[in-house]
Write a protein that binds this ligand. Sequence first.
Ligand code: NAD
Length: 496
Amino acid sequence: MEPRYGNLIGGREDFDGEAHLLKSPADGREVATVTFATGGKVNEAVDSAYDALRQWKRSTLAERQALLSRLSERIQSRSESYAFLESANTGKTLRQSTLMDIPLGIENIRYFATTKEFQLEREIEHPEYPGTRGIVQYAPMGVVASIAPWNVPFLMAVWKLAPALLAGNTVVLKPSHYTPLTALELGRDAAAAGFPPGVVNVVTGTGGVVGNALIRHPKVNLVSFTGSTKTGRELLAGSAGIKKFTLELGGKSPNIVFADADLETAARGVLFGIYLNSGQLCESGSRLILQASIREKFLSRLGELMETMRPGNPLDMETDVSAITTERQREKIETMVDAGVTAGAKVRYRKEVSGVAPPGGLYYPPTLLTDVRDDMEIAREEIFGPVLSVMQFENEPEAVELANRTDYGLAAGVWTTDLEKAKRVASQIDAGTVWVNEYHMLSAAAPRGGFKNSGIGRELGLEGLLECTQTRHIFMNPEHSDMSDVAYGLILPGAE
Ligand code: NAD
């Protein structure tokens, strides 16, 4: 029988709620049953996070880091089962889970378990008031409600938990109801690693019930949301109370290839940029912006390389093509591409998967489109699937202009052997991450997030940690003199 998961509330696993069966998008097999939380269970989770905060915010950085370190070791010892579960639940290739998502997530926890970048306070001087001292403290925000999407569930759970916990917050994490399994495993391992009850809570269910109850809860101080721009907008419009929001939203990221690039590396990088996870990554390089002089040569090479991609069951280590995680998403990709083709876009290459991928799974063939015009929806909106649109440019300013011609601003790639040019171009792109001769490389030391409609705030890095804090300024006057008197010649009431 498939395993059963409850909600993790106040250090207990709670099976009270509607059972929901999850089937694998890789092959349709039953994977696990989860328990959808009710609004009442969400309240219990927030209350337990709120109660746990009193002690947890007094813990030292060293104590928090020791627990994060123990958590990373526990996950490391079970990394193969995490990888299998992640792939079975999402349909992403086992190779990606085994070699990228799970080890990177473990590394990212280790980063927060060992970083010395973040300190709880720093000293300042006040140039206006010589002789005084200031202390700026980075206090936790309080209870953090973390809401995550379905595409990289383990990494997302790590990014939502590790920095928030290190900064002294307690967390209620809501993974996507499609892919909650590795987040639930992570929550179980957090309890086993010794995090006190209530510090880490994981509740599953839909956005309409669980997400909505979280963003409206008066004891939630920070909503850390990752998901679509559409939902991000709705959240801001519908939130109640005074609370902080960080939003990590969608993208339509450009990959710019100059004629002087190492073309073989660039071709492989462009395919990796769009077809990893079947294009279901927020930063997927979905727009290829190609210098006109190399257009035909480069496209032919892309076509040849696409032919070598191996479809099959994503749960086999040899398979290159991930499934599409939900039926709704598969239909959305199909509808958008069909509309684009009707409007004049041309399918230049398509790697067929049917007949090779498991019949019970959800798939869309990796596709490359040319003749994409700006007025088409596929040029402007996030498809979130294995679909690459090609555009071309003549010179550097035109490349920058095309790259920025979008309402999104999450990520970009620049491929050239001229590193001066690379930095010049990268510095003009309105995006939170720009890779040069690389794609998809994520470091926990680096802040990530979006410009424009791709979001507000940052995740990871020192900047991401600071998002989980609020500052307290302590103004100290060591002389015990009356500074108001010295500064302004005022006598305070009661002063001699
Ligand atoms: P989504 O916006 O539909 O859902 C995201 C999360 O929000 C889910 O947990 C969902 O249950 C919840 N939710 C939905 N409606 C809600 C509501 N009214 N109130 C509270 N919570 C609600 O996104 P998705 O389809 O799960 O994920 C795909 C999207 O996520 C893409 O747009 C992708 O670009 C984006 N994404 C962004 C990043 C990033 O770091 N910027 C990373 C991964 C994915």
